[in-house]
Design a protein around this ligand. Structure first.
Ligand SMILES: [Zn+2]
Length: 393
């Protein structure tokens, strides 16, 4: 077996920066053999400028929506965004499929090795079968009217079965968002969950909490405009989390995505109810749609920040699919957060959330997590803005 020896300016192992004199040893496929002192590493050492880091995990994406890049204007607010998405969802299959191929290539070039991907259709299956990126497929169902739960669930099961056929261990049925799923539909999802991974778009807009608290606002207007009779809906909740949290299986890894308008009380009830909650930050999409960001420090105080992960959301609500870009946005708004903490969210935390940490997320022996180099030629130190990525293995 031939080894590759990497000696970087900074070696980040998925958890922390290692000592300057440590060398990462892998086989020719990037399988980790160990991290050893430079003095023991012998000859033929590859010198790496900048930071050497395990491949990134994109915990939330909608690969199938890639064809909508640039279609929906920025700052519409979520309800405006959802309305536009409904109008633009259909396109020729070739256009949808080509955009999927291109978007996946973009993620690979940006050092992404695993993706938590929301699917409403089977469009991504063919590309995913090529195995270039590891996917957890979240087959998403919606339907706020209780009477529709049965038929909505049966329809989504047919799509989910196509994914189960190809990716039996990496597929689960998940709800879209609190405002778009009935409690009856949530119960069906729970019955069917078999302790697979759960995901939900959570509190992406202030309108969501207003709707559940007071039954007023933009979601009420949206449903009225769509001709949906909401007489069944009783607004007795303190927030949207209060509406759905006791309907989720407790033992699963559960991803709460966006959390832009999540309060400390919501986090407390999530943590109380769910054994393994993960809070997924998608800052670029939040700025694109609502032009606001979550209170990141609230999530850093849960389990020392070990439950924070990072996602790009889709190209319908983002200019690129780059975890580095997401991290640099967070860094711009929170310059005091240590770089190691940010990189941890995007590597080992993401791998744990998607239950892919046996092989991904860190430079631990026998893992094959992907090897990327982060270089910033403009600034010295730990500034990620204007950094670039090289993918080694
Ligand atoms: Zn999303």
């Amino acid at each position: 077996m031939s080894f590759i020896k990497f000696h970087a300016d900074q070696l980040f192992d998925g958890y922390r920066f290692r000592k300057q004199d440590e060398v990462l040893i892998t086989d020719e496929n990037g399988k980790v053999y160990g991290i050893i002192p430079l003095s023991e590493a012998g000859e033929d050492i590859k010198k790496v400028e900048g930071i050497l880091c395990p491949g990134f995990v994109n915990a939330h994406c909608h690969l199938e929506l890639s064809f909508l890049k640039g279609v929906i204007p920025t700052h519409t607010g979520l309800v405006g965004f959802v309305s536009q998405l409904m109008q633009h969802r259909n396109a020729a299959t070739e256009i949808i499929e080509q955009a999927i191929v291109d978007a996946e290539a973009e993620m690979i070039a940006n050092g992404i090795v695993a993706v938590g991907d929301i699917c409403n259709t089977p469009h991504t299956i063919a590309q995913k079968q090529k195995g270039r990126i590891k996917y957890q497929n979240f087959i998403e169902v919606a339907g706020f009217v209780p009477g529709a739960a049965e038929s909505r669930f049966n329809t989504i099961k047919e799509i989910a079965n196509q994914f189960y056929n190809h990716f039996p261990n990496n597929t689960s049925i998940v709800p879209h968002a609190p405002y778009s799923v009935s409690l009856q539909l949530l119960d069906k999802i729970k019955e069917h969950s078999h302790n697979k991974i759960f995901s939900i778009h959570n509190q992406e807009t202030a309108q969501e909490n207003i709707f559940f608290k007071e039954k007023i606002g933009e979601f009420l207007s949206l449903y009225n405009n769509l001709g949906v009779d909401l007489s069944f809906f009783n607004n007795k909740y303190n927030s949207s989390v209060d509406y759905y949290i006791d309907r989720i299986a407790k033992e699963m890894n559960a991803l709460f995505v966006h959390n832009t308008f999540t309060a400390k009380e919501d986090i407390d009830s999530i943590v109380k109810q769910i054994s393994n909650p993960y809070f997924c930050l998608c800052p670029a999409a939040n700025l694109y749609i609502e032009n606001s960001l979550p209170d990141i420090n609230l999530f850093r105080s849960v389990n020392s920040g070990n439950n924070i992960v990072v996602g790009t959301d889709s190209l319908a609500s983002n200019h690129s699919l780059s975890i580095l870009e997401e991290l640099s946005i967070i860094q711009e708004h929170h310059p005091t957060i240590e770089l190691a903490e940010l990189l941890k969210w995007a590597t080992i935390n993401g791998a744990r959330a998607l239950t892919l940490d046996k092989s991904l997320g860190s430079f631990e022996i026998n893992k094959q997590p992907g090897i990327i180099q982060i270089i910033n030629k403009k600034y010295l130190g730990n500034n990620l803005v204007n950094s670039t990525i090289e993918v080694f293995l």
